[in-house]
Design a protein around this ligand. Sequence first.
Ligand SMILES: *Cc1c(COP(=O)(O)O)cnc(C)c1O
Length: 416
Amino acid sequence: MSDFSLKNGVLHAESVSLLELATTYGTPLYVYSRAAIERQWRAFAEYLPEPHRVCFAVKANSNLAVLQVLARLGAGFDVVSGGEIARVLKAGGQAQRIVFSGVAKSDTEVREALQLGIGQFNVESRSELEQINRIALELGVVAAISLRVNPDVDAQTHPYIATGLEQNKFGIAMAEAVASYEQAAQLPGLNIVGVACHIGSQLTQIQPFLDAMDRMLDLIEQLAGKGIQVQHLDMGGGLGVRYGKEAPPPVSDYIQALLHKLSTRKRQSLALYLEPGRAIVANAGVLLTRVELLKSNKIKHFVMVDAGMNDLLRPSLYQAWHDIVNVQPRQGCSIQGDIVGPVCETGDFLGQNRSLVVQPGDLLAVMSAGAYGFTMSSNYNSRPRPAEVMVDRSDTYLIRARETREDLWRGESLIP
Ligand SMILES: *Cc1c(COP(=O)(O)O)cnc(C)c1O
């Protein structure tokens, strides 16, 4: 079931008309469906009761209200900065349920995280082991850690979102993993609790996850041979979603395949941790944008809209596809062309070679914009960032006000 559907010829989010939302809040506008977020969360959580754990990857969508909805359902959170930790706590999430990932944590972030009592660190280098140990000893605490190991499997996804290959900056090479764990075991400020990996994002096959899992389970056996026991295996995030023609496996198939792998490898006592981001929020959000102008030259038609790459970067950064539809579909001749924003960059497009029946003033919905949408937005070209609203059945909440002109230079000053 989709939470964005046509009712009387107008696209709605749950029971709320997107035309009305655009009139009330203006465009560009991010709209999220609470029911969609909750359903996707439950699709994971239902198959992974304690001691398993699902940690929402905050970088996919860090709006406080989105985090609050998930925190109320008992979510764990995967974070990559001190700022994300602060957001989770502000939204009512528990420090104990936070996993802190990231390749270059600052001393300040590590210190704060330890003082706040976050659940654990996923450590990405041997130098980071020394760093966390040093700070934990200074504070007189012991830091729970997993090492993020690079299983060197090909996730078969866009190169910018493949992270589990030897050539990527993330994690520790498998060849170094045992030695790194032995080093960690010697450091008195650290307590080894698990092993972790994250092989990439927007994976539409289960097999690369299973290949990675086999390698991680081999590692866990080798560690046991050295007297190092772990309680959980964190397989990261990365499950893909349907943006256009992709056919990712259902969440349940994916989790059952992972759990099945644990049992065929006689490792049922290990807790499985997952860190989904996209799979929970991507299809729970849309970006509404208004058609400003139409323009054609000898070879191309352009539909110029009021949302640009600063509002939704994915098409420009990853050549990502988003379905783009009329909020109120109309009859008539379709235009075949590029849907482009107002930003002064050739790469500023939301879609290329699309077929749409549009007039200036029409409202378009860029679908599947709930993940890596607002969180990657910027003020490039001095464009205030869009507002965000959450729909809950027939209720609407403004969960982030549209930025104003003054917001654009907040913190700046003129010199005397
Ligand atoms: C980005 C990231 C995730 C989430 O990835 P999705 O593809 O959004 O599920 C999970 N874990 C880590 C370490 C990440 O960097």
